[in-house]
Design a protein around this ligand. Structure first.
Ligand code: KPL
Length: 319
């Protein structure tokens, strides 16, 4: 990993790829904190549309905050990308990155903050010299209209490196976590980001597909014995796989943890339900799909997770 760089100056801004809820949350608070941030949008038409709206509007506690964060499309990027926060949907990540590949510095630091697993490996393959950090957030934010978002609830955000105990690496991660902590967002370093990501994957495998199937908010999953039983059974399958992978110590209190997340985000519509309602492609392949592929490689049966995977694909296809 390269030496720590000063955070987000005009020569080396923080680029944010993906102007969905999480990307816009960081862009908005970063802009308000005075950091040099640039949003990366799909094409010039999207940039024009964005400019017409005057920037990102973020609603928090019924107050709207407008942040005219500068925006680029792949054709208008003028400085090499040294720091990139990637908040695209899992399935769109690689194609979005390939569109800006010529602008990404060899030794760039790429921070992946999205649901699902399996994408970091593909990025490392395409950008072998870059530093790829992974992150997980439980900040609650949803899109109201095109560039208008609601910051619905506070959560925790962690970043870290996989397979690294190197002290220099950890110092760089710590500096970056501090640089990405735009109030009120707080980013902490995890020395076991794999465990954090695995726990988050487990939560997403339970809450996201079930909220689509029952068309309900996260907290409403706790309202009927039927859905509580479904949650327990899905968690049991994940625990079984985790034991086979020697990861069960990462998930000690998983039943309770999933219930607590459903309670803490009770009023949220899960990101998967939002995708279905908006007619967008879901992240099911990087969530339940990733889990089921891993189970298959280890000859572990996961009938409920398999069923959820098929159900969501069917619902998406007929959406
Ligand atoms: O990550 C989420 C999502 O919706 O994708 C949870 C934690 C379930 C919150 O809604």
């Amino acid at each position: 990993m390269s030496k720590a760089k000063p955070p987000f100056t005009s020569e080396s801004p923080l680029y944010i790829l993906g102007a969905g809820a999480i990307g816009s949350l960081w862009a908005s608070y970063g802009y308000q904190a005075g950091a040099n941030i640039r949003l990366l949008l799909r094409n010039q038409a999207t940039v024009n549309n964005y400019k017409k709206q005057g920037g990102i509007s973020l609603i928090r506690a019924n107050q709207a905050l407008l942040s005219p964060v500068p925006a680029d499309c792949p054709q208008s990027i003028s400085s090499p990308i040294q720091h990139l926060l990637i908040t695209t949907k899992a399935q769109q990540t690689l194609s979005a990155l390939m569109a800006i590949k010529p602008h990404i510095a060899d030794k760039a630091v790429l921070v992946l903050l999205q649901n699902g697993l399996g994408i970091a490996e593909q990025i490392r393959h395409e950008f072998p010299q870059a530093t790829v950090l992974q992150g997980s957030t439980t900040e609650g934010c949803y899109r109201q209209t095109d560039f208008e978002f609601v910051h619905a609830g506070h959560g925790d955000t962690f970043i870290g490196t996989v397979n690294s105990n190197n002290k220099t690496d950890l110092a760089v991660v710590a500096q970056l976590a501090a640089s990405l902590s735009f109030p009120p967002l707080m980013v902490s370093v995890s020395d076991n980001i794999e465990a954090v990501l695995w726990r988050k994957l487990a939560v997403n495998c339970v809450i996201n597909p079930l909220t689509v199937i029952h068309r309900c908010r996260n907290g409403e999953l706790l309202n009927t014995p039927e859905t509580i039983t479904q949650m327990r059974q899905i968690v049991d399958e994940i625990l079984h796989l985790s034991t086979a992978l020697n990861r069960d110590h990462w998930l000690e209190d998983l039943h309770e943890h999933v219930i607590n997340i459903a309670k803490a985000t009770a009023d949220n519509r899960s990101s998967m339900l939002q995708d279905i309602e908006a007619g967008r492609e879901t992240e099911i392949d990087a969530i339940s799909g990733y889990l089921c592929r891993l189970a298959e490689e280890h000859n572990i049966k996961m009938p409920l997770n398999q069923q959820l995977l098929q159900d969501i694909k069917r619902i998406s296809a007929t959406n």
